[in-house]
Design a protein around this ligand. Sequence first.
Ligand SMILES: CC(C)(COP(=O)(O)OP(=O)(O)OC[C@H]1O[C@@H](n2cnc3c(N)ncnc32)[C@H](O)[C@@H]1OP(=O)(O)O)[C@@H](O)C(=O)NCCC(=O)NCCS
Length: 137
Amino acid sequence: MLIRSFRLGDYSAITRIWQETNLDRAETESLDALATQLAWDSELVMVAEQDGEVVGVVVGTIDGTRAFFYRLAVQPELQGHGIGRKLVEAIENRFRQRGVNRVLIMVNQANHEVLPFYHSLGYEVQKYVTLSKKLSS
Ligand SMILES: CC(C)(COP(=O)(O)OP(=O)(O)OC[C@H]1O[C@@H](n2cnc3c(N)ncnc32)[C@H](O)[C@@H]1OP(=O)(O)O)[C@@H](O)C(=O)NCCC(=O)NCCS
């Protein structure tokens, strides 16, 4: 298992993993976000590679001393084997190297089954409500 930064040829594997894990609901938005992030800092898009195949992905962003990661996904048939944990640890290390001292993540309320995974990695639920507004260009 190799965790590494994004490379150009990874794009279709990542899209497939997001489709297979139902993280593609806002597909255009997430691909736009991925393209923007890659232009900013491709080292914060990390993938897990097994036997030459991309099997997991996480996308990070940094805002001062805080960082966010999102779109964490592992190929369904390989879930539960520690790949998600390795991806989170790798992006956390990268954040640490950049002076980040807090990591924030947003989990869809409908996806509460993923909470034990994050708890096992030391993440705690905060008492904030997320508000957002789409800015038209
Ligand atoms: C969430 C996800 C990335 C986790 O990846 P994974 O490779 O299956 O997780 P791991 O095998 O690394 O699990 C890491 C730890 O979480 C624990 N864990 C994972 N799923 C769990 C669950 N449903 N309940 C309890 N603990 C769980 C494991 O026991 C493991 O702990 P351990 O290392 O102490 O044994 C993966 O399930 C996934 O792609 N889900 C669909 C997409 C998704 O919902 N992404 C999150 C968006 S917010």
